[in-house]
Write a protein that binds this ligand. Structure first.
Ligand code: SAH
Length: 354
C-alpha cells in the first residue's frame, strides 16, 4: 500500500488534487468542513465530485490517531480521550467544560517526556517519541467532533498534556502554523497556551514567531536547590536565567506570562517561599496559577499542600500585589488531572471507545 497523504499536508494534498483534476475551491471546502466545522470525514468527502471520492478517501489520511477510549468524569465536566498513534503508542487529551459554557482542550505534544520531573506521571514513563504536527492537530479535530453534538467547540487549546512542547519545537510550530492559519483551523492565537518546564531559548523563539500565543512557565520554586530537586532540567537553566527570560517575553508579547506553581507540602509552600516568589516576580508582567498536587504513583515522598496552606500562600501573593488564582482541578476520577495522564493506561482499566 502506498503511504497515505495527511490532510494536514497541504503540499501533498495539492499534488493529489492536480493528479485527480479537482478544483482548488472544492479541496478548500473539504478542509473547511473538516478543520473549521469539525463535521467529520464522511461530510468532508461528500464535498468532492462523486468520481474522485473513493480515490481521495483511499489516498488521504484524515485521522492520524485512533481513538481508543473516551472517559467522562462523573464529578465535573472533564472528558479524557485516549488515542493510539500509528506506531501503537498511547497518548491522551483532556476536554474541560467550564461552567461558563467555554471549553478548553489540553493536548499532548510527545509520547512520554524526557524532562522527568519528580511529580509528573508522564515523566516516569521516560521519553518514547515526538508527536507529529498532524497528530497534535488531530487531537483538536477529534475532540471537537466528540463535543459537536453538545453544541460546543474548543475555545482554548493548552499544550499541557503529555510531553514538553519545546522538546518538539519544529512539529509544534508546524501545528501552530496550521492552527492559526485562516486556511487551516483559523483558531485565534491568543486562545492557545504553551506550557513549558522552562527552556529559555525556545521560549524566546516561540514568542518572536507567535507573539500572541500565550506561554506558561512551570516554575514551582524560585530557589535553585529546591527547583533542581524536583525538576532535573533546572540544573541547566537557573532561576536568574528564567527571570531574564520572562522579562524578555514581556517585551515581546502583549499578554502576561502564566507562572505555574505546584503546591507541595514542606517543599515549596511556606510563607517564606511565598515572599521569595513575590520578590522574584516583582517587575514582571505575570499572573500566578497555584496548582494543587495530584498524587501519582512512584512519588510517595510528595504530598500536596493542605487547602489552608494553599489559601494562605495565595493570600500572601495577592497582598504583595500579584494576580493569583488557584487551579480548579478537574477529572480526578478519570485520572485526567494535571500530571496524571497515561498513568494507569496500560492496565486495561479503561472502557473502550464506542
Ligand atoms: N512539560 C510542560 C507541559 C506538561 S505538564 C510543563 O512542564 O509545563 C503541565 C502542567 O502540569 C505543568 O505545570 C506541570 O508542572 C503540572 N503537573 C505535572 N505533574 C503534576 C501533578 N502530579 N499534579 C499537578 N500538576 C502537575
Amino acid at each position: 500500500m502506498t503511504d497515505r497523504i495527511s490532510l494536514h499536508d497541504s503540499v501533498g494534498v495539492d499534488l493529489l488534487r492536480r493528479e485527480l483534476g479537482i478544483d482548488p475551491h472544492i479541496v478548500h471546502r473539504v478542509r473547511t468542513v473538516f478543520f473549521k466545522k469539525f463535521r467529520g470525514r464522511e461530510a468532508a468527502i461528500t464535498e468532492l465530485p462523486c468520481g474522485v471520492r473513493n480515490v481521495f478517501a483511499e489516498r488521504i489520511q484524515f485521522y492520524p490517531l485512533t481513538l481508543d477510549a473516551r472517559l467522562d468524569s462523573e464529578q465535573d465536566g472533564a472528558t479524557k480521550l485516549v488515542f493510539a498513534t500509528t506506531s501503537g503508542k498511547r497518548i491522551e487529551s483532556v476536554l474541560l467544560r467550564a461552567g461558563t459554557g467555554r471549553t478548553a482542550l489540553c493536548i499532548s505534544s510527545q509520547v512520554g517526556c524526557a524532562a522527568n520531573c519528580d511529580f509528573c506521571a508522564t515523566g516516569k514513563m521516560g521519553f518514547h517519541s515526538n508527536l507529529t504536527a498532524a497528530e497534535m492537530l488531530d487531537q483538536v479535530v477529534q475532540a471537537n467532533e466528540q463535543i459537536a453534538g453538545e453544541n460546543r467547540s474548543v475555545r482554548n487549546i493548552v499544550f499541557m498534556g503529555m510531553g514538553e512542547p519545546f522538546h518538539n519545537e519544529s512539529e509544534l510550530y508546524d501545528a501552530l502554523d496550521t492552527l492559526v492559519d485562516g486556511r487551516g483551523f483559523n483558531h485565534p492565537a491568543n486562545r492557545i497556551l504553551i506550557s513549558t518546564v522552562g527552556i529559555p531559548d525556545a521560549m524566546l523563539r516561540c514568542a518572536r514567531r507567535y507573539p500572541t500565543v500565550n506561554q506558561a512557565l512551570s516554575l514551582h520554586s524560585v530557589r535553585d536547590d529546591i527547583r533542581e530537586s524536583i525538576i532535573p532540567l533546572a540544573r541547566k537553566y537557573s532561576i536568574d536565567e528564567l527571570r531574564a527570560t520572562i522579562l524578555h517575553l514581556n517585551a515581546l508579547q502583549p499578554s502576561t506570562v502564566m507562572i505555574e506553581y505546584l503546591m507541595l507540602a514542606s517543599v515549596n509552600d511556606s510563607l517564606r517561599d511565598a515572599a521569595e516568589l513575590a520578590e522574584f516576580l516583582t517587575g514582571l508582567r505575570v499572573h500566578v496559577n497555584l496548582i494543587p498536587y495530584n498524587a501519582i504513583e512512584g512519588a510517595p515522598h510528595l504530598v500536596g499542600s493542605s487547602r489552608n496552606v494553599r489559601d494562605a500562600f495565595a493570600a500572601a501573593l495577592k497582598a504583595a500585589g500579584l494576580t493569583t488564582t488557584i487551579r480548579y482541578s478537574m477529572g480526578a476520577d478519570i485520572e485526567a488531572a494535571c500530571g496524571q495522564l497515561v498513568q494507569k493506561m496500560e492496565r486495561g482499566r479503561l472502557a473502550r471507545a464506542t
